[in-house]
Design a protein around this ligand. Structure first.
Ligand SMILES: Nc1ncnc2c1ncn2[C@@H]1O[C@H](COP(=O)(O)OP(=O)(O)OP(=O)(O)O)[C@@H](O)[C@H]1O
Length: 342
């Protein structure tokens, strides 16, 4: 467990129901979700989850409906009270924070973007964006200036005086994003923010998140049930099932080495050449092998490598830090690319 994590979650549990706080630490905690429900009437939302998120990382939590994603993200700022475990944000243990410290945390350190935007209908865009600053007591001039800045940042310039119901769903979600950014939080939490949007708008918003991340470098925890979204946005992905962690890995790890059939099922439809890197298709170099092939690093995406690899008469030489670490033959590239067309 590293000390410089932006977010550190340790043995986090959430069990719903009467007597839930008497279960962790007893043999009942080892029961499956269904068995525990049967025996005690309690439902496991999150089971003994531990992970760290590095500063500036985009960390995606994904799983099917009911896997515990929303419960997890709400436990992070104690919108839902965890049953056991620790959540440390910027070095502060949230589970020990007082009510007023929690309010401060939610306003200034960890802002949340929800699926349902929760905008104030009688306030203009600019005032919705500035609302968080207003309740923090920031002066009018200063909060206006900050709100103007983030409205620009999310591409809403010109709509400052519009009311929420005059905006499309995608634009309303931009207001939600601007509202979260106005607080200048170190951590942004997204709870399925784009699930209700049309596919094209959804893609725009995903690109917006990527752009904002490049510009601002903020740590993000992003909840989704959509693997394509997870692969597109995540530096790492945590996959949940029945409240439990099934796998944590980079997109290429999750697709290249799924932890079990559940993950394999999820990833079976993914266009692998878009995600897998040469690391997953290279083989050991052989003695006396030709040194004439194109040189690429092991983190090159297969699809990006394909054209140059196939055009060359010699296999690709995979070189990291000046060291030859592997060889990629045309066959290996084709196996990945052709598998997608079946
Ligand atoms: N207040 C509650 N009381 C009892 N059980 C709950 C409560 N909230 C959630 N649960 C249960 O906890 C489990 C996890 O729910 P959660 O909403 O976190 O899943 P999810 O992955 O976010 O699903 P979805 O995408 O459908 O929101 C589910 O079995 C759910 O029924």
């Amino acid at each position: 467990m590293s000390d410089d994590a932006a977010l550190s979650v340790k043995h986090l549990w959430k069990i719903f129901g009467r007597g839930a706080d008497r279960i962790v630490g007893t043999p009942d905690a080892d029961l499956s979700r269904a068995e525990l429900k049967e025996k005690t009437g309690c439902v496991v939302g999150v089971r003994d989850l531990s992970f760290d998120v590095a500063p500036g990382e985009v960390f995606v939590v994904m799983g099917l409906s009911g896997s515990g994603k929303s419960t997890l993200v709400r436990c992070l700022t104690r919108l839902i009270e965890p049953t056991a475990g620790e959540v440390v944000i910027d070095g502060r243990d949230i589970t020990k924070a007082s009510e007023s410290e929690l309010r401060d945390l939610r306003r200034t350190h960890a802002s949340m973007v929800f699926q349902h935007f929760g905008l104030l209908p009688h306030r203009q865009v600019i005032d919705n964006v500035a609302y968080g600053l207003e309740i923090r007591g920031v002066g009018r001039k200063e909060r206006r200036a900050k709100a103007e800045e983030v409205v620009q940042l999310v591409g809403l310039a010109g709509y400052e005086t519009s009311y929420p119901d005059q905006l499309s769903g995608g634009m309303q979600q931009r207001v939600g994003l601007a509202r979260a950014l106005a607080n200048d939080p170190s951590l942004l939490l997204f709870d399925e923010p784009f699930s209700a949007l049309d596919p094209l708008i959804r893609r725009d918003m995903q690109n917006e998140v990527i752009r904002l991340h490049h510009e601002l470098g903020k740590t993000m925890v992003f909840i989704t049930h959509d693997l394509a979204e997870a692969l597109k946005l995540g530096d790492r992905i945590l996959i949940m099932r029945d409240g439990e962690l099934v796998q944590i890995g980079t997109p290429d790890e999750v697709v290249g080495a799924p932890a079990d059939d559940y993950v394999r099922d999820f990833t079976s439809e993914v266009p692998k050449s878009h995600v897998l890197t040469l690391k997953w298709v290279m083989r050991e170099p052989r003695d006396g092998e030709s040194g004439d092939g194109p040189v690429m690093t092991s983190d090159t995406i297969v699809r990006q490598a394909a054209r140059a690899a196939l055009a060359s008469e010699h296999p690709v030489r995979v070189v990291d830090d000046g060291q030859l670490v592997g060889i990629v033959d045309d066959d290996a590239i084709l196996r990945v690319v052709v598998a997608e067309e079946r």
